[in-house]
Design a protein around this ligand. Sequence first.
Ligand code: 9MR
Length: 329
Amino acid sequence: MLRMAGTLLAAGAVALATGSPAAGAGDTLGTAAAEKGRYFGAAVAGHHLGEADYTGTLNREFNSATAENEMKWETIEPSRGQFDYGPGDRIVDHARGQGMDVRGHTLVWHSQLPGWVNGLGGNDLRSAMNHHITQIMQNYTGRVSHWDVVNEAFQDGGSGARRDSVFQQRLGDGYIEEAFRTARAADPDATLCYNDYNTDGVNAKSDAVYRMVADFKQRGVPIDRVGFQSHFNSQSPVPSDYRANLQRFADLGVEVQITELDIEGSGDAQANNYRTVVDTCLAVDACTGITVWGVTDKYSWRSQGTPLLFDDNYQKKPAYHATLAALNS
Ligand code: 9MR
């Protein structure tokens, strides 16, 4: 045993010294992405971590994890001032034990909000929002260093308007800026992300987010990243101006990330779409990583559309092979 360990160590030292990839690098999504200076993550549901195939696939393939639901407001602060970190901790502990980075999802969002938040008046809501951000980020300081600070704050369609959420109604346009400033103060070392969907191509909604980010950068409002969820299907296909859109955000001086990727479909068509997404991220220097929104089709939020890389039996789909090949290209 000792001799084996010594041999392995020596081989590792040679790989490091020559800068050549260690044998086996690029065999999984995470290692292949790492060779391109990126991560490849998955949304994780804590209640599946007891399933050997689920956890085995997660551990083998991915090097970043996002809690699919466990850090959302209704779960983490179900009553005012009462924080329940148990469900989030389960994922964070598992991920960190495997050497994965964790993306915290999500601090301020109109959905999955407990009822008490909707009942608050303006000043009370402001202090509840800031308390929520501060408590959670400080609880996880050093363990979760990337946060979706505000999620889905813009309306769909052509208006470019802010979503009519309780935060927007009671606090006005300034709430997003305030959330980011509070987050920076809570954990100055954490990276702060604005995350949204249907903003993947150039359109009225992404234009509105773009204007906000440009304004934040110009005025020094802290923001480090913009997340593009990238939930695709036939009504919402991979846009032809995906790369141009990611690049224009990157040119503002933020990182861009693909944060909730899934693409409905099957076979070669789905595989080609996944390839396009990976190629797009690799073509934009500031695109630092990709997260798929789940490990297996079996537990996808839209499992009927079979949108992920592993099927119900954890077999690699054509989309998996295309993704890995694109990462290694
Ligand atoms: O995948 C999540 C699903 O399990 C929840 O029921 C749902 C509730 O809104 O949220 C899903 O995740 C969403 C994510 O948090 C934000 N962007 C859209 C995702 C898919 O709906």
